[in-house]
Design a binder for this molecule. Structure first.
Ligand code: GDP
Length: 203
């Protein structure tokens, strides 16, 4: 699988700002600072793509990108959407702003007709926190396929990785859950993620 093109489409805080065209979509979500922008940039191989409109400290928006996927051996380009959802879990956010965040994300999830799966990003060094577990449970309850990605995998050794992945599975309550380790500086995990995208977005 090759991404032949990646372009920024739109930033939205409301439904009427979503792109008009509906495409098979993958969304990325996780706590702020989990490595989401780095992963999106590593995946698309465009260094600043994920920062086009999400400057730190600014109002958080849902950012839409269009990717063209080319499947090995084929000539066709398959247009898909990559959706970058705002990070959650700021230490300082109030209960009120968490509610606003939840409504906003929920509105996206409940109206995203072409959403095929969600990548939930978790830092490989930490056991999932309550907000991560809530996010995971909510997606499962709503029958939205989830791929859990363990980010910053290069920060720990091979053995620690195995221990951490098992701890994550335990914390999420699914012992068989596939968790994909990802290291953005080395693009590790990239081809595996592209394979999952092909499976869910193209086939
Ligand atoms: P976001 O807030 O989720 O978009 O997180 P960023 O992508 O901005 O990353 C937060 C910090 O973690 C930055 O300092 C990144 O350089 C660092 N980081 C992100 N991903 C990785 C990774 O895979 N490996 C390493 N070593 N550092 C990472």
């Amino acid at each position: 699988v090759v991404i032949t093109k990646a372009t920024y489409l739109a930033s939205a805080v409301r439904r009427d700002q979503y792109p008009e065209e509906c495409r098979p979509a993958v969304a990325f979500i996780g706590r702020s600072n989990v490595g989401k922008s780095s992963l999106i940039n590593s995946l698309t191989r465009i260094r600043q793509l994920a920062r086009v409109s999400s400057k730190p400290g600014k109002t958080q928006t849902i950012n839409f990108y269009e990717l063209l996927l080319k499947i090995d051996g084929g000539e066709a380009r398959h247009p898909v959407h990559l959706v970058d959802l705002p990070g959650y879990g700021y230490a300082k956010t109030s209960r009120e702003s968490r509610k606003v965040w939840a409504k906003f994300i929920e509105e996206y999830f409940l109206h995203a007709e072409e959403l095929r799966f969600v990548c939930l990003l978790l830092d490989i060094r930490h056991t999932p926190m309550e907000s991560d577990r809530r996010m995971f449970d909510w997606l499962v309850e709503h029958d939205i396929p989830v791929l859990v990605i363990a980010t910053k995998a290069d920060k720990i050794g091979r053995n620690a990785r195995r221990t951490q992945i098992a701890a994550m599975q335990k914390a999420l309550g699914v012992s068989e859950l596939t968790i994909l380790p990802y290291a953005s500086p080395k693009n590790e995990g990239r081809s595996e993620l592209l394979d999952v995208m092909k499976e869910y977005l193209v086939e």
